[in-house]
Design a protein around this ligand. Structure first.
Ligand code: ASP
Length: 402
């Protein structure tokens, strides 16, 4: 019997076929929109798994750690890693954009482009919002930070029960494993979903849309590449993975991120992948869902690049102090972005407003946002994975205690 093709290989074929069919679609009288349901179905299926998986894994994880201090340590290390790498990401975006001038000499009509701005919510509100008034509502809405908060408290409460809590622990542990099995079932559909998403994207954004903003795209992808080269690969090396093992281990979440442009859609696959690569369960079940919401290195790079691009298009000077403002705001805005398509495009209005860039620029970038989102979501997901590997290495292996 012929050997069954691996899932990443099948997804790769789906991607290539999607590009070919998408490129030929207009000339054959096909509409790009016909392919959309195939892709949307995939996104819904993978997102369906996220809330129950994160909830059950975190409860089982926190109940097994049964040491509040350990969790505090993991949280601190994870946050330090996330903020440091996100700051480097914006800096890479800013420096590269300054060197390559993506918006210089661009003459694009901005007439009729009028997006709405988004203001940053006050910090105190953001912090207060981590605590759910109603945990069931948090689960229903898929509010990840609230789910994380409640699940960890619940897990600790469960571990305090000792012997009496064992059946509940076994229940949540089994549910988490069940969700991983559900994910494996869902992933059987991935090659078709990937095909649909690529055919839709390529069919909708033909080359004519991409060419005028080509330099912007090049800068974005180059900055993403540099983030991998300068930050992730050295971090992965520290965690015991050379480039080959790093990419082959993460190929599945990476492909899902690239085609769906939703890091929430890649969350489950990312968690499974880093655990296979040796990340500890207690670290990855906490840091991957947390990173999915607050660690967005790709979005941060994008904000740096897009700010310089837009300033150049409008001839707005960007002295160092303004660029530092962009750096700070981009880190905050990436924390506030969600893992859904186009999230950073909304959050960037906050950065633009603060440094005096007209919001029409957002609509200008929106034409190629999907293509940029593919790069930034991939980086967002790789950033979370690297964080889990590094913090796991830092913490040492899980101890089965309690
Ligand atoms: N689409 C990105 C993600 O899901 C968020 C963004 O940068 O827009 O991670």
């Amino acid at each position: 019997m012929a050997k069954k093709m691996s899932l990443p290989a099948q997804m790769g074929i789906g991607m290539v076929l999607g590009v070919i069919v998408g490129a030929m679609a207009p000339s054959m009288g096909f509409e790009a929109a016909w392919f959309k349901p195939l892709g949307d179905l995939f996104i819904t299926l993978v997102r369906m798994v996220v809330v129950p998986l994160v909830f059950c894994t975190l409860i089982a994880g926190a109940a097994a750690v049964c040491d509040v201090k350990k969790l505090g340590r993991v949280a601190t290390k994870t946050l330090v890693y996330y903020f440091a790498t996100t700051t480097v990401a914006v800096a890479i975006g800013l420096v590269l954009a300054n060197l390559m001038d993506p918006g210089a000499g661009l003459d694009i009509s901005l007439e009729g482009l009028k997006p709405k701005s988004k203001d940053a919510p006050p910090l105190i509100k953001v912090l207060m919002d981590i605590i759910p008034l109603n945990p069931i509502a948090a689960l229903a809405k898929g509010n990840m930070l609230q789910v994380i908060f409640f699940a960890i408290m619940f897990g600790f409460g469960l571990s305090m029960l000792g012997e009496k809590g064992r059946p509940a622990f076994a229940f949540f542990d089994a549910c988490a494993e069940t969700m991983i099995n559900v994910t494996n079932m869902v992933m059987k559909y991935a090659p078709v979903g990937v095909f649909g998403l690529m055919a839709f994207t390529v069919g909708k954004h033909g080359l004519s849309v991409l060419l005028p903003l080509g330099k912007l795209l090049v800068v974005m992808y180059l900055a993403a590449f540099l983030q991998i080269l300068l930050v992730y690969l050295p971090c992965a090396k520290y965690a015991g993975h050379g480039p080959k093992s790093f990419f082959s281990g993460l190929i599945e979440p990476l492909m899902i991120a690239f085609v769906t442009t939703s890091s929430a859609a890649a969350l489950t696959s990312n968690m499974i992948a880093v655990q296979k690569m040796g990340a500890s369960k207690s670290v990855s079940s906490f840091s991957i869902p947390l990173g999915n919401t607050i660690n967005m290195d790709g979005a941060a790079i994008y904000m740096g690049v897009a700010a310089i691009f837009a300033a150049e298009v409008y001839g707005i000077p960007m002295p160092l102090d303004k660029q530092l403002t962009v750096l700070l705001l981009a880190v905050l805005a990436s924390v506030g972005s969600m893992g859904v398509p186009g999230a950073a495009l909304v959050m960037i209005t906050m950065v633009f407003t603060q440094v005096g860039i007209p919001l029409e620029a957002v609509a200008l970038i929106a034409g190629v946002d999907r293509i940029m989102d593919m790069a930034r979501t991939s980086i967002n997901v790789l950033g979370d994975a690297t964080g889990a590997l590094v913090v796991s290495k830092w913490e040492g292996p899980d101890q089965q205690e309690c």
